[in-house]
Design a protein around this ligand. Structure first.
Ligand code: ADP
Length: 499
């Protein structure tokens, strides 16, 4: 491993943190309680900023503003082309402020700056332009009816959307949530994750500079059991969208059901299989399987975290996967050459180290890594286990860290059964040169995304979401619009049935 950077003095981010208050009704304001919480730098554990800590009262204020903005307009009633123009201007501003946004994202989350600036923020910009394009293309149908009636459907925004996002892709998931909701004419109250409140506040300010009317997007920083639960239980929120852990997803759904039965979309955890067949291009499979697990410090819901390898190529694959992990450059995420920064916080760090110990204790073979890197911050060595068995915790649980678990298999039916034997069903990777094998696997795997000879290809237009306990509904693409629209049937008698 490149161990030097983690113990060096951290590089200073070139950005000032300006927006730390709550955003309610178009203005930055203190929390009703006056309280703040600190957001920390995962490289050092030191405080970056004190951020206003919302509570139930702030959620009520924000929902009131969003309700007014929905009921009185102008947003839902605006000419759709004008909504589109606001979102396009927002995308332009994101482009202009890409360096500051990437600095904030790296500072608050620990992800490599290059990844934030060159991959994620361009995806955010692309996605906003994609949904801006949809704003004026949403329409219903004229429907044949049995009697002499003119029947049509109107596609209307649902109303006030509550949105709760996690810390692993703060700005990207912010965009996945607000893009379709706003394009369809809804208003929003969004809760950021308590670990990463900063980038969404900055972006929300830019969105107002782009011409978003007050109250259309409200951003409340704070904690799950207070702000999050208040959103889920609120009687005046019409729709809820959540991304986070499966455990919290169950709470969210329960609170929505107990309050006003608001519809909920959930994007939850995973333990995605990555299947390498005997005929695969091994060097390419090693690299893609490596990125499938280690990208973003392993903190991806769709991480390909069960690496199934055919017995005929198993030994070669393990050797090469280990060599690749040993070469991974880990250190200060502001360094241009760094591939892996620190984990988000001490809680996640401890959880990952507990799983690594459990892997060793349960008899998996530790090929590389397994230790903290340096003594400051939350850096974990890229860790590879071979000889992993299906019943080990490291093969069953979502670790959310840089830990690759390699399992051996013999034949296709066996690997299909083992891959599907999970409560999760978010994604899968398949590496093979055979079209027939690829077709069999893509149809047999019970997951929301299958990537063949590639992994985690994300595009604004490609839907994403889970089977089983990985979630409800799909985000991105045309599918996300459905989450934010009501269909109203309108029926009128025809005056002159002859025509
Ligand atoms: P993690 O454990 O990785 O932080 P969570 O699913 O708990 O994942 O967090 C994702 C988001 O859900 C965060 O914004 C968090 O504050 C929020 N959250 C946590 N608990 C609750 C809850 N009981 N109700 C609503 N939101 C919650």
């Amino acid at each position: 491993f490149s161990t030097s950077a983690a113990v060096e003095e951290p590089i200073s981010p070139s950005v000032n943190i300006e927006n730390t208050q709550l955003l309610i009704d178009g203005a930055f304001v203190d929390a009703a309680s006056g309280k703040t919480f600190s957001t920390i730098d995962p490289r050092t554990g030191e405080i970056i900023a004190h951020v206003a800590e919302g509570n139930q009262e702030d959620v009520n204020r924000a929902v009131l503003a969003a309700r007014r903005a929905f009921d009185n307009g102008p947003w839902p009633k605006m000419i759709p082309y004008e909504r589109s123009c606001v979102l396009l201007r927002f995308a332009d501003l994101l482009e202009k402020h890409r360096p500051e946004l990437a600095s904030i994202e790296t500072w608050d989350s620990g992800k490599p700056y290059k990844q934030a600036a060159d991959i994620e923020i361009p995806m955010v910009i692309r996605l906003m332009r994609y949904y801006a394009g949809w704003a004026d293309k949403i329409h219903g149908l004229t429907v044949p009816s049995d009697g002499q009636y003119h029947a049509q459907t109107l596609h209307e925004p649902i109303g006030v959307a509550g949105q709760i996002i996690p810390w692993n892709f703060p700005l990207l998931i912010f965009a996945w949530k607000i893009g379709p909701a706003l394009a369809c004419g809804n208003t929003v109250v969004l809760k950021t994750a308590e670990q990463t409140p900063l980038s969404a506040l900055y972006a929300a300010r830019l969105l107002h500079e782009a011409g978003l009317p007050p109250g259309v997007l409200n951003v409340i920083s704070g904690f799950g059991p207070t702000v999050g639960a208040a959103l889920c239980s609120h009687m005046d929120i019409d729709k809820l969208a959540f991304t986070g852990s499966t455990e919290t997803g169950k709470n969210v759904l329960g609170l929505a059901a107990k309050s006003n039965l608001k519809p909920v979309t959930l994007e939850l955890g995973g333990k995605s299989p990555f299947i390498i067949c005997g005929d695969a291009d091994i060097d390419k499979a090693v690299e893609v399987a490596h990125l499938a697990v280690f990208f973003n410090q392993g903190q991806c819901c769709c991480a390909g975290s069960r690496t199934f390898v055919h017995e005929s190529v198993y030994d070669e694959f393990v050797e090469k996967a280990k060599a690749r992990a040993m070469k991974r450059v880990i250190g200060d995420p502001f360094r241009q050459d760094v591939e892996q920064g620190p984990q988000i916080d001490s809680k996640q760090f401890e959880k990952i180290m507990t799983y690594i110990r459990s892997g060793i204790e349960s008899g998996a073979k530790l090929e590389s890594g397994g230790e903290q890197l340096g003594s400051k911050g939350f850096y974990v060595q890229p860790t590879v286990f071979s000889d992993v068995q299906d019943d080990m915790l490291i093969a069953k649980d979502e670790i959310f860290g840089p830990v690759q678990s390699i399992l051996k298999y013999k034949d296709l039916n066996e690997v299909i059964e083992r891959a599907n034997k999970s409560h999760y069903g978010l994604a899968a990777g398949v590496f093979t040169q055979s079209i027939d094998t690829a077709n069999t696997l893509t149809r047999a795997l019970r997951v929301g995304s299958v990537w063949v000879n590639c992994y985690a290809v994300f595009d604004a237009a490609i839907p994403f979401g889970g089977y089983k306990m990985s979630g409800h509904g799909r985000e991105r693409g045309i599918y996300s619009l459905r989450n934010y629209l009501q269909v109203k049937a309108v029926v009128q008698p025809l005056k002159d049935p002859a025509w």
